[in-house]
Design a protein around this ligand. Sequence first.
Ligand code: OAD
Length: 247
Amino acid sequence: MHFDPGLLDTLHNARHIAVFTGAGVSAESGIPTFRDAQTGLWAKYRAEDLATPQAFMRDPATVWNWYQWRRDLMHAALPNPAHRAIAELEHLVGRVTVITQNVDGLHNSAGSTEVIELHGNIWNNLCFSCKHPAAQAVDSSAVPPRCAYCNGMLRPGVVWFGEALPAGALEQAAEISESADAFFCIGTSSLVEPAASLPRYARASGRTVVQINPQATAHDDIAQHVLRGKAGEVLPKLLQAAWPGRS
Ligand code: OAD
């Protein structure tokens, strides 16, 4: 795979890189994406029935069980070469801020130390009524389990459609996108706002934007470098090309 020398220079000179990721970065860990035809979750399920507060109010057991099924999938998943390359980049560059839409926690498992989880984390639970955080492993036969404080229903700690992102997360992500030396956009269709605006903020602030995805996306036109391929294949090759002598 050939990389533009300008991209390799950008990597060498960078002291801080923002890495914006979506479901595609975990695809090679066996976790389904949302919008890929055939294999994407939203090809089989309706987001309105499973990923909104209204859906939870209508049918809490179905929503809870669907997230338990996704937890089981993620429980079996390990970080793949893309997660590991992003974690290694931190040692090569000095600072990498991962801004992820993923809820699986795999960037942390791979060793990334600065991770902003824009859509929450599936391993957390909180009360739908009083918002009090609950133990990660809830010991209860009720579906969904009940809150120890107010007896409300527990829900997974993810962001549903129509909900606000975790306090401060978007502001922090925007500030990093505008100030880091380069902005990588990896494995996201870039369709879900407000996260999808981050690549535009980066470009408008004069940052180098790099896109890694096997398919065309809504943001290819603003990227100076479009690398077509799977993240788990492209990223290790990119690191090897930029730092051939690294141990
Ligand atoms: P999508 O499913 O919309 O997009 C996944 C992207 O990953 C697509 O552009 C694929 O081409 C790409 N892709 C697939 N395999 C890949 C691989 N091996 N390497 C690199 N890229 C690959 O997922 P997101 O963009 O993450 O939100 O979706 C954003 C949000 O929509 C999610 O956080 C979720 C969803 O509904 C909520 O649930 C609130």
